[in-house]
Design a protein around this ligand. Structure first.
Ligand SMILES: [Zn+2]
Ligand SMILES: [Zn+2]
Length: 121
């Protein structure tokens, strides 16, 4: 009987230790959230929404959605921040990501009819 009691007591202590460890882990995670050293920076083209890991790659590749023409123009860097949703700077339409925003035609683009939305920064 006494052995069973000690075992159940030990189990209780173990449980308490585990939950304490969990709590301390959560605290540590929220403390690290500010730095975010592991998150890689992404760069987007403001005309087509293509995603690159470096500006060099972005500006070295042809943009098929460039307002000046389908050929002969490279991507241009979107200099705004990464957001949960993106707004067109000409008409205010809201999209989930730059790919969707830039592939739809904007009725108010000053460059002319048939041009696409452009993201506000
Ligand atoms: Zn592009
Ligand atoms: Zn628009």
């Amino acid at each position: 009987m006494t052995i069973k009691k000690t075992i159940s007591k030990l189990l209780l202590v173990l449980l308490m230790l585990c939950s304490a460890a969990l709590y301390s882990q959560e605290g540590g995670q929220s403390g690290n959230a500010n730095g975010q050293p592991l998150q890689k920076q992404k760069y987007y083209c403001k005309y087509c929404g293509m995603e690159y890991s470096t500006v060099r790659d972005l500006t070295a590749n042809w943009c098929r959605n460039h307002p000046l023409g389908k050929n002969g123009y490279k991507h241009e860097l979107y200099e705004g921040s990464v957001k949960a949703q993106y707004t067109c700077k000409y008409c205010g339409m809201v999209y989930r990501d730059l790919l969707n925003l830039t592939r739809n035609i904007c009725q108010r683009n000053p460059a002319g009819k048939g041009k696409n939305h452009e993201p506000a920064l």
